[in-house]
Design a protein around this ligand. Structure first.
Ligand code: GTP
Ligand code: MG
Length: 246
């Protein structure tokens, strides 16, 4: 009898810190498909990465904004062998920084996105209670502007995935409405809800990321029955969106 395939093949079984880059320093050459996490300071980028790799402290998190001050690169390997590089970007909108410092982080993030030919997706995090603000919109427009032009030899486009996080801070009964509100206000793309406290939304985020990275589409498809079970029993992390998916 052949062994049954492992369930949930997208789950991460190994992860590690690979490298960091501050302004003026280079990351190692890109080698595998990359996913970057962007958003305001304190929104929960580092916490989302920890949750995606199912580790408590791979990435440093802090209740003080401005905790991630460089580009940090991590490697994650899934049960089915797929390997991803996850990139934690410094947050923006942190007012304590000087103007010059703010500009240097912006340059760092933009030059990373422009030049990183293996970058497949940018996850833009917003707080489900705050929604999309001007800085976020600017970042989303920047990502869209890179499609097909600025990265000779690179992947065709960079997928933008919007994640509305800290879902646990909104009562369960109000979540679908909160997500729909974020969706309507953005006009960017439909958000996926997530909580680093409960890990709600994690399978859906991996599914979207693997699709964007064109990795393991079959495994994800064979997993879809689990997803619809979850969706049927608890759709509270999915926007009841009138906004079409991108
Ligand atoms: P910077 O590195 O400063 O840009 O912040 P960041 O976006 O990496 O945020 P980080 O993951 O460090 O989280 C900031 C704070 O929010 C921490 O106190 C986290 O514990 C908290 N936090 C993150 N995600 C969630 C969540 O889903 N729910 C709740 N309740 N708290 C969260
Ligand atoms: Mg951080």
């Amino acid at each position: 009898m052949s062994p049954l395939p492992a369930s949930e093949p997208w789950r991460i079984v190994a992860s590690d810190f690979l490298a960091a880059a501050a302004p003026g320093f280079e990351l190692p050459a890109p080698t595998t498909v990359e996913i970057a996490f962007a958003g305001r300071s304190n929104v929960g980028k580092s916490s989302l990465i920890n949750s995606l790799v199912e580790r408590k402290n791979l990435v440093r998190t802090s209740s003080k904004p401005g905790s991630t001050r460089q580009i940090n690169l991590y490697e994650a390997r899934a049960r089915d062998g797929a390997v991803f590089h996850l990139v934690d970007l410094p947050g923006y909108g942190f007012t304590v920084r000087s103007r010059a410092e703010t500009q240097s982080w912006k340059d760092l993030i933009e030059s990373y996105m422009k030049r990183r030919v293996t970058l497949a997706a940018v996850v833009l995090l917003v707080d489900v209670r705050r929604g999309v603000e001007d800085d976020d919109r600017e970042l989303a427009e920047f990502v869209a502007s890179l499609t097909g032009v600025a990265r000779p030899g690179g992947r065709e486009g960079i997928e933008l995935l919007l994640v509305a996080t800290k879902l646990d801070k909104v009562p369960r009964s109000a979540r679908a409405a909160a997500l729909s509100k974020v969706a309507r206000a953005t006009g960017i793309t439909r958000p996926l809800g997530f909580s680093a406290v409960t890990a709600e939304g994690r399978p859906e985020i991996w599914r979207a990321l693997r699709r964007a990275a064109a990795v393991g589409a079959m495994e994800v498809a064979s997993d879809a029955s689990d997803a619809s079970d979850v969706a049927a029993s608890d759709a509270s992390n999915v926007a009841s969106a009138d906004v079409p998916a991108k």
